[in-house]
Design a protein around this ligand. Structure first.
Ligand code: FES
Length: 167
């Protein structure tokens, strides 16, 4: 198992709010920018809160219902905060073919959730990705951006236990 990148510092609520406001400042008050803004929020904050929907309605001067329609039309947006630890599992050919290990299945069984879901204790959210740009380290996963490669099932279980202990 290779452990390559430093664990990013999680954002506090105040910092998160500041980051949301900074993202809004990047976009002109033109409704054409609604979707790019929502994408930006999703990428950087991890989900679209009710507060963001209201802010977007005010920012672009359009009805809240229209903002909601645009946001819910796309399956890519999440409307609840992700778990404390976001696990991205590569299910690309490079990672699957390597040794036939199905890391996603191991994680789903261990956490009791499917890809796209969050554990009941709010600790882990699991996402399936087509590639996480670490093909040379296949099979690989990221946890809050921290890359783990050349994994075996026992490594995955060890990683989960380490994050549980960090509580
Ligand atoms: S195919 Fe798995 S990281 Fe690229």
């Amino acid at each position: 198992m290779e452990d390559l990148v430093q664990f990013p510092r999680p954002l506090a609520a105040k910092e998160k709010k500041q980051q949301v406001l900074e993202i809004f400042e990047r976009y002109k008050k033109d409704p054409h920018y609604l979707l790019p803004l929502l994408n930006d929020i999703q990428q950087n904050i991890g989900y679209i809160s009710t507060e963001v929907l209201h802010l977007a309605s005010d920012h672009f001067g359009i009805p809240l219902g229209r903002v909601y329609s645009v946001a819910t039309f796309s399956k890519q947006f999440k409307f609840s905060p992700p778990g404390k630890y976001v696990i991205e599992v590569c299910s690309g050919a490079g990672c699957k073919v390597k040794d036939g290990t199905d890391i996603l299945a191991v994680l789903e069984a261990e956490l009791g959730i499917k890809a796209g879901q969050t554990t009941q204790n709010g600790l882990f959210t699991l996402f399936q990705r087509s590639c996480i740009d670490a093909c040379a380290l296949a099979p690989a996963i990221r946890v809050n951006g921290h890359l783990y490669g050349k994994l075996e099932p026992k490594d995955v279980l060890k990683i989960i236990k380490e994050y549980e202990i960090m509580l």
